[in-house]
Ligand binder design. Structure first.
Ligand SMILES: [Fe+2]
Ligand SMILES: [Fe+2]
Length: 158
């Protein structure tokens, strides 16, 4: 894909436009996931019920700044690469009770870990070491989210 702005990107890694376009596309999928995660945690925090509502709502809400940071990083990186960041969040799965919400969160965090693992490899292949390291740091965050959620679910009274 030949872009008119190409001449301005002399400092970008020496790759064909196709590899950059594929990377931008992948990062935009990740960004949609992060925007979706913000919505998911905000809305789930509002929807918790029962005796553990205060703790559960706080648990969901404290993930929001992390996901916002990820979204901010991705948006900036997409622009730096010459792309247009998406404004469309990935849809939040419906969930009618606390347990279902936690299961949906676990699913989303598992997907985030897998997607960023793939993206970090893509960034490495593209030749952007800084991006690779940032994506690996995000994997650490998402792994933390996943493990905390999994531990709550482990002792869940059924
Ligand atoms: Fe995230
Ligand atoms: Fe997360």
């Amino acid at each position: 894909m030949a872009r008119s702005k190409r001449g301005a990107r002399t400092s970008a890694p020496k790759q064909a436009g196709g590899a950059r376009a594929a990377l931008i596309k992948g990062l935009n999928e990740d960004l949609a996931g992060e925007l979706g995660a913000i919505v998911q945690y905000l809305i789930y925090a509002a929807k918790t019920t029962g005796p553990f509502r205060p703790e559960l709502s706080q648990f969901f809400l404290k993930e929001v700044p992390d996901e916002q940071g990820h979204a901010q990083f991705l948006s900036n990186k997409i622009v730096a690469l010459g792309g247009e960041p998406t404004t469309t969040p990935r849809p939040t799965p419906a969930a009618a009770d606390n347990h279902t919400m936690l299961m949906k969160v676990l699913e989303a965090e598992r997907r985030a870990m897998a997607d960023y693992t793939k993206r970090a490899r893509q960034a490495e292949a593209y030749g952007d070491k800084g991006l690779q390291v940032q994506l690996e740091n995000i994997i650490t965050d998402e792994t933390g989210h996943f493990e905390e959620t999994e531990r709550i679910l482990r002792e869940w009274p059924m």
